[in-house]
Design a protein around this ligand. Structure first.
Ligand SMILES: [Zn+2]
Ligand SMILES: [Zn+2]
Length: 347
């Protein structure tokens, strides 16, 4: 076989098409992975909509992938064709000061991201560095493994690393879509108490309650901040996670913080960043941090948490579509049809 089917996006025309392209060949240090499942993410919509850019004239999107090793560019200790894997989307640039000093992708200062800097996995096959491979046990379905890459690992990293949630800390999560719902589950794992989920959609709030939130609040209610204050005994939140990233969400999340409260922002937009009057922020020792992505260790931890039954993400696969229906999958996420968490492409 010398060709494969792949979804190709051309930034100049804004067109996404499924076509035959040459089958890529792995070099030494790389693996050719037969893609079993790849998620459709809001970051992909940002690429397709021109909000995120790529330096390439055409690219294969898709950065939340799991599959089976087809072949290795050179024999690699620990890996064999047929091994089931989920893929870390980051690739070390090889030339920045950190890389020259021997860093891996996690610490590269100019990290290259699958589907933005090199071809991704809305395709039958993808080539990745062997350092991106994370083993998946036989009892975890590959469509669930794909959800771990980004949709779960990014909010998990935000909760356990950036926010460093400790047991019995009060946590609020704004936005309960594909990222926020997994922030709720991660905060639950980390011991958050109480854990408050905020979303205007009643169905999204209900889903968060089923996945470990103690309380659900409609952030558009006039007394939303009073409700959060009451639920935290008047103290305010130790940690607020903004999985939406709009002006109204981070402003409200910031106002919900208590003494030494930490606001971590995962959602992104071009909205102005306004945290209100400065004195209360300083007086109450607030922290605001941006968060993007995850480290490889986070995927390894999540595979273990799923395998041991600590984390159930079986309900996070909202639909599975063939590669030829990629445009339909994109449309469903764009329109929020059926309030999907992750729509998975099965090439
Ligand atoms: Zn993603
Ligand atoms: Zn680098």
């Amino acid at each position: 076989m010398t060709t494969m089917r792949a979804a190709r996006f051309t930034p100049a025309t804004g067109k996404l098409t499924v076509e035959d392209v040459p089958l890529p060949a792995p070099r030494p240090g790389e693996a050719l992975v037969k893609v079993a499942a790849c998620g459709i993410c809001h970051s992909d919509l940002s690429l397709l909509g021109g909000v995120f850019t790529t330096s390439l004239t055409a690219i294969t999107p898709g950065h939340e992938a799991a599959g089976v090793i087809d072949r290795l560019g050179a024999p690699t200790a620990g890996w064999q064709p047929g091994d089931r894997v989920v893929l870390h989307a980051g690739r070390a640039c090889g030339s920045c000061p950190a890389c020259i000093a021997g860093a891996a992708a996690d610490d590269c200062e100019r990290i290259e991201i699958m589907a933005f800097d090199f071809d991704g996995a809305w395709a039958e096959y993808v080539v990745v560095p062997v350092t991106s491979l994370v083993r998946v046990p036989d009892d975890i379905p590959l469509e669930q493994a794909a959800v771990l890459a980004d949709a779960v690992s990014t909010p998990y990293a935000a909760v356990v690393d950036t926010a460093a949630v400790r047991p019995a800390e009060s946590v609020g999560v704004w936005g309960l879509g594909g990222i926020g719902i997994h922030a709720v589950q991660s905060a639950r794992l980390a011991g958050a108490a109480p854990l408050i989920a905020l979303d205007p959609l009643p169905a999204a709030r209900q889903r968060a309650l089923e996945r470990g939130a103690d309380h659900a609040v409609d952030p558009t209610a006039e007394d939303a901040l009073d409700q959060v204050a009451a639920l935290t005994g008047g103290r305010g939140l130790d940690v607020a996670i903004d999985a939406v990233g709009r002006g109204r969400t981070y402003a409200q999340a910031n106002r919900a913080l208590g003494y030494r409260g930490r606001l971590v922002m995962i959602g992104m937009s071009m909205d102005r960043f306004d945290l209100g009057p400065q004195t209360p922020f300083v007086r109450d020792r607030h922290t605001v941090t941006g968060h993007l992505g995850y480290r490889k260790a986070h995927i390894e931890q999540l595979v273990r948490l799923v395998a041991t039954g600590r984390l159930d993400i079986s309900g996070s696969v909202s639909a599975q579509l063939p590669l030829e229906d990629i445009a339909e999958g994109v449309r469903r996420l764009e329109t929020h049809e059926g309030n999907p968490l992750r729509i998975i492409i099965r090439p």
